[in-house]
Design a protein around this ligand. Structure first.
Ligand SMILES: N[C@@H](CCC(=O)N[C@@H](CS)C(=O)NCC(=O)O)C(=O)O
Length: 229
């Protein structure tokens, strides 16, 4: 891996979408050129992770010994996926038009984090816990959250636009990423057809030119499998 010689910012993460995908979506929407550095496959049980990851650690580039890592050509570095997400959005005009809109973006980002963590917990449950948790997560929590998001977008102007204000923001790319996770896992169909605003929001977002290009990119990592993964 080259060091400070790159003229592009770099996002380093293990193979896969994981907690970096929300950052990639906002980068895509903003049309930012960057290097997406694949550190190799993450093995939760391995004491030593992949050589490029261990090298970043040894070089003192990871404040908390974890990735994703965002690096800018002048040497500026930041870790923690939500900090990177906000920095990228703020510096590219995708963080609301004023401090109140930024707070509204934060609210959406945090809500998406919370429900995504619940959905992703399905991937690591034992079969017994899964049969107990599946009806709760799929049958109760996801529909509740979808109902919240349906109402929030409905309360913003005509309900046919964005989650915050009158322009696309990190709130939209974040909700889009969550809906995509459900669609990729066939869960939007399972979860009744009662979110018309979210459905049309999802369609509008995936047709935005920069996002559409990213979604169609053969280099994109495959979707996270929530079930039978
Ligand atoms: N809260 C952190 C979590 C980061 C995290 O847990 N990263 C994992 C990969 S998904 C990692 O780097 N683990 C390194 C290790 O286990 O040694 C974030 O959102 O960035």
């Amino acid at each position: 891996m080259s060091d400070q010689s790159s003229s592009l910012p770099r996002l380093s993460y293990f193979t896969g979408r994981g907690v970096a995908e929300k950052i990639r979506l906002v980068l895509a929407e903003s049309g930012t050129e960057y290097e997406d550095i694949d550190l190799g496959k993450f093995d939760v049980k391995a004491k030593e992770k992949t050589p490029p990851f261990e090298e970043l650690k040894r070089a003192g580039k990871l404040a908390f010994d974890k990735v994703p890592l965002w690096e800018e050509p002048d040497g500026f570095r930041v870790v923690q996926s939500l900090a990177i997400l906000r920095h990228v959005a703020r510096t590219r005009g995708l963080y609301g038009a004023n401090p109140r809109e930024s707070a509204a973006c934060d609210m959406i980002i945090e809500g998406v984090e919370e429900v995504t963590a619940r959905a992703r917990s399905l991937t690591s449950l034992s079969p017994d816990d899964l049969s107990e948790q599946l009806p709760i997560i799929l049958g109760e929590e996801l529909p509740q959250w979808l109902g919240h998001f349906e109402r929030v977008i409905g309360n913003n102007g005509s309900g046919e636009g964005f989650f915050v204000g009158t322009a696309v923001s990190v709130a939209d790319t974040s909700v889009f990423g969550f809906l995509e996770l459900l669609v990729d896992n066939g869960l939007m169909e399972v979860l009744e057809n009662s979110y018309p605003r979210l459905r049309s929001f999802f369609e509008r977002m995936r047709q935005r030119p920069n996002l559409a290009r990213y979604i169609a990119s053969p280099k994109r990592n495959p979707p996270v499998q929530l079930l039978n993964g």
